[in-house]
Design a protein around this ligand. Structure first.
Ligand code: ZN
Ligand code: ZN
Length: 347
């Protein structure tokens, strides 16, 4: 498939905040950002913070509250001509089908989101299907290199299954890692840069900002960039927020690329707030993002799969419903899906 580079199109410079980059390290330009190291100090000072996650150990109990469905493969193989079809695989992994293409966000099918598969956060809900069962994928978007978003085993398996037909979209600083995994078509972008994926289908991928950070090893903190993604088709638009704290980026994204038919926005891994606030939104802030980017529909992600933080494991879903009640938004404009569930979203 031919790909035309249309980096830095003629979007107005004034509304596009760029990342700070100095001495090979990226930084957040946002006044709302607090360094994680500072958070850690605070965390140690207040280490008595209670863990409220209470994830049941019995499968039966988990199946009752967080059922994992077998997907409707017929629906996945035959996406609708109109609308955005989304399937929640778990955590931040979403299978998105719009305007004739099939894309997966931050794929993780592995048992643990960690440097090693014998230690580190283990998933408490399994993936609803295997990589081998996926419909033909056109592209993968990666928001940043944390282990719960960029998983080595999943990248290698996806590359093995789909090979050179698959395109990988990553933020600056991650291309080399992808090439070392054997991936061939790797497009690396900075914030507000665009890449025309398919001239025939008129589909463009754009890396947009977020408020987060990167780290995989002891020495690579913020040597790669983080971000959110816009997929712009001739008829539909999808926004993937990645991992993020709340910041002014989302109003800018709404102005430049909104409205969206569907946004995938994180709603979990937010407690305790004084540690997590600048890097992970809570449901209240997720609703602000939904409004800022001008989304008709949103899907809550980044919850219910790995234990990363201290909020009750079902709280992201219940808090989201409470926040929608408090606002003047309808309760079906921002939803959660079961693992493996597919839904078609329209304007
Ligand atoms: Zn992260
Ligand atoms: Zn994450």
């Amino acid at each position: 498939m031919a790909a035309i580079d249309v980096k830095d199109s003629n979007i107005l410079q004034s509304t596009r905040t760029k990342p700070v980059y100095a001495n090979g390290v990226y930084n957040n330009p946002w006044t709302t950002w607090v360094e994680p190291s500072f958070c850690k100090v605070l965390y140690r000072m207040l280490v008595k913070e209670k863990d409220h996650s209470k994830i049941p150990s019995e499968k039966q109990e988990l199946d009752k509250h967080l059922p994992v469905q077998k997907p409707d493969f017929d629906q996945l193989m035959n996406p609708p001509k109109s609308g955005v079809q989304a399937t929640w695989i778990g955590h931040a992994s979403v299978l998105v089908q719009l305007d004739g293409i099939t894309v997966i966000t931050d794929p993780i099918f592995s048992e643990r989101c960690s440097m090693f598969q014998w230690i580190g956060p283990k998933r408490y809900r399994p993936p609803p299907f295997k990589i081998d069962e996926l419909p033909v994928l056109d592209a993968v978007v990666i928001s940043h290199n944390h282990y719960d978003h960029l998983d080595h085993g999943s990248v290698v398996s996806l590359n093995k299954k789909f090979g050179d037909e698959l395109w990988w979209y990553v933020p600056m600083g991650t291309r080399r890692w992808m090439l070392d995994c054997g991936c061939k078509n790797v497009v690396e972008l900075s914030w507000w840069e665009e890449h025309r994926h398919s001239p025939d289908q008129n589909i463009t991928f754009c890396l947009t900002p977020s408020q987060h950070w990167c780290k995989r090893t002891a020495t690579d903190t913020n040597k790669a960039l983080w971000g959110s993604w816009v997929i712009k088709g001739p008829n539909h638009r999808f926004f993937f927020a990645g991992d993020t704290g709340y910041c002014e980026a989302f109003k800018q994204i709404g102005e430049e690329y909104g409205p969206f038919d569907l946004s995938a926005i994180p709603i979990g891994a937010y407690a305790p707030r004084y540690v997590m606030k600048s890097q992970h939104v809570d449901p209240e802030e997720a609703v602000l993002i939904h409004q800022d980017v001008k989304s008709s529909n949103s899907l809550g992600i980044h919850w219910g799969t790995f234990k990363l933080t201290y909020e009750f494991y079902l709280e992201p879903k219940t808090k989201l419903a409470e926040e929608l009640k408090k606002s003047d938004l309808s309760d079906d404009c921002f939803v959660t899906l079961n693992h493996g569930e597919t839904r078609i979203f329209r304007k």
